[in-house]
Design a protein around this ligand. Sequence first.
Ligand SMILES: C[S@@+](CC[C@H](N)C(=O)[O-])C[C@H]1O[C@@H](n2cnc3c(N)ncnc32)[C@H](O)[C@@H]1O
Length: 192
Amino acid sequence: MTTDMLHTEDRKTIVREAYQAVTSTGGAVACKLYGDSQLSLVPAPARDMALGVANHMAFADIRPGDHVLDIGCGGGIDTVLAASSAAPDGVVHALDFLPEMLARTQRAAAEAGLSEVVRTAEGEMESLPLPDASVDVIVSNGVINLSPRKSRVFAECARVMRPGGRFCVSDITIVEEQLPPEVLVHPAAWAG
Ligand SMILES: C[S@@+](CC[C@H](N)C(=O)[O-])C[C@H]1O[C@@H](n2cnc3c(N)ncnc32)[C@H](O)[C@@H]1O
């Protein structure tokens, strides 16, 4: 028998349960992070579930026709913004491991008139359900920090990215030495 020193499954369960429990942020995160011109493109289902840590979409330089991957799309705020730039011929793959988040993203895309551009995908960032060299841009907001296997996530990003592709993410990091062990191993810390 082998022991998983990274507690991979336990940590994923903690993260799943934490985000299943979120029903709305009431738009507070969206209003804090995004500008009015961006918010005007985003329907309520996505705006009310924004859970990101920053606003990198202004720098992602998504162009019409781009194929984009949003890792951990949540309620879909960055997916909708990406889709409005990639439309009409581009594609945004919105990936999340929670079906309820994907349903919300689909609703937001439909309300924004972007259903043709957005393709939701249920899956894990450590094993992306996309072919090699299939995306031009990867975006992700507040998600990679949640993975117990971050090097695996980066390897998967390199696999699915086309040559010359762009990687534009916002995330959080900590200086582990500055935190006491009881905080570092606390489920709330793992769940972001
Ligand atoms: C902090 S929220 C960010 C959501 C969205 N990016 C935003 O800015 O509002 C994290 C999201 O990542 C998803 N997630 C966490 N771990 C994941 C994993 N291993 N694979 C796929 N999605 C994951 C969660 O279900 C949740 O929707």
